[in-house]
Design a protein around this ligand. Sequence first.
Ligand code: B12
Ligand code: SF4
Length: 479
Amino acid sequence: MKIRFIEPGNRPYKPTPLNYFVYDRYIRTPSVGLNTLATIVKKEEDDTLMYSESISRIPKDDILDADVIFIGIFTFAAVRGYQIARYLKKRSRAVIVMGGLHASMNYKEAVRYCDYVLIGEGDETILTFLRALKNKESMDFPGIAYRRNGKIVYTGYPCPPKNIETIPDRNLVYRYQKMAGHSTIWPQVHASRGCPHNCDYCALVRHFGHKVRTRSPENVVEDIRRSIEFFDKKHFRLTKGLWITDDNFFADREWAKAVLNEIIDSKIRYRFNVQARYEVGFDDEMLDLLKKAGFFELDMGIEFLDDQSFQTYHKKSTRDEIIKSIRNIQKHGLSVRGLFILGSDDQQKGAGDQLAEFVIENHIQGVLIQSMYFVPGTPVYKTHRKRLLHKNWALYNGNVVHHPKNMTAYELQLEHIRASKKIYSVKRLIHALIHEDYIHKVLFFGEFFWYMSVRSDLKKQLPYLKEASRKRQKRIKID
Ligand code: B12
Ligand code: SF4
């Protein structure tokens, strides 16, 4: 069978020299999840290849005669995914299968565009599916949705896979080796799945569950080794770094320590960063180990800055604890990147300025800001449903997509733009280039230009948001 995997881009890939050095509009790294599935399938079906629109165009002549095409979608890539699926349904005889977080949580929507939706993590169900397809057996295993006689058959989320040790074969991704020379594409390793917390806006816990499942430390380090080899082969990279993309790497403390010790023992000398909740900032032993293993940065899901928002959305954090944690992390010689959400119902006008001030005051050396967004299946989706502006998932990539309580949608987008402008100002760029260490000089430089293009995208939405806000204000007055 000829099998192709497709990762649609929120924006399909367009070659530009800019992408060698700075992010041009969107960050690009092929999906580890889809790459993992392609690796699993390749063991059974030799003619298997993956295309990622984050790094290449999809060559039409190669996909049109495929037997099965798997398309993986996060919310921000759903619209493009449906477009590709529709195109293929019209022109090819391939069986089209969709999966990934968005398709799983919105199977009723996704199933309209394809033959099957595979629900949840695909590591085991993908082979069950292919075998059933080959043997013309009925598709009645847990983790599938499809249409039959005008009705949707849905067998629910399957049990999570027992084995999550597959190391993605990066050579299966078309043009990945070539593109790995770009400084804007980072090696990534995903070492655990699931999170014990239950934040209202988080789609991940609904998809991966609350139980934290880990890969063995040896397996993680082998993945790290292969990933570094793949990226550094024949390439000069300005910023050598590897990102551990787990959502809550420190949730299983003993395991996290074992992974760090394994990295230290492996003698791999590299620069790592990892996502973290603030609690790790109080764990001196862990911070020492991180430093020793070569970590330079913790990407902290700070989200909001006021305690009321933390309570409203059931995020277990407080502003004071976060500040204390940042101080201690920095004391250990690690930097902090802040991941922020703007648009909570408790935030007021001025939230953007406050965010920027917080970042500057606390010497947070890089940020990711996005406006609140709402994936069907999350508690916030239910509570905010009536205030959503639209369901154009392509805009669920940082833009304002709802009417917040204490300001208009238009004002919120302006807050976002203002925060980004203050944090990535020319003055701060010059300061970073003079005073920061090498890696943060390079990162700030890249992010400065990236945020310029992000802001220009955010600005394009302003006329629409202004009009939508005006209409809503008018409606509220009439009511
Ligand atoms: C690494 C990462 C990135 C990387 C690379 C993304 C990529 N290509 O995968 C970069 C930095 C590029 C990125 C960017 C963004 N990201 Co991001 N990112 C992640 C992160 C942290 C890890 C992804 C990962 O490797 N997961 C682990 C693998 C194992 O899981 P998986 O990919 O889902 O795959 C498994 C299953 O879902 C399933 N599956 C997946 N596809 C398919 C397909 C088929 C057919 C089948 C059967 C099964 C299947 O099987 C896989 C194996 O088990 C996730 C959080 C997370 N834990 O997933 C956020 C996440 C995907 N990002 C998110 C967001 C919002 C963004 C941005 C919009 C942020 C921003 N404002 O800029 C941008 C969008 C970029 C763009 N415009 O295209 C959200 C998406 C939410 C949603 N509802 O879709 C997430 C979930 C984070 C969050 N906290 O909510 N991101
Ligand atoms: S801590 Fe992070 S990964 Fe865990 S539920 Fe909250 S947002 Fe999701």
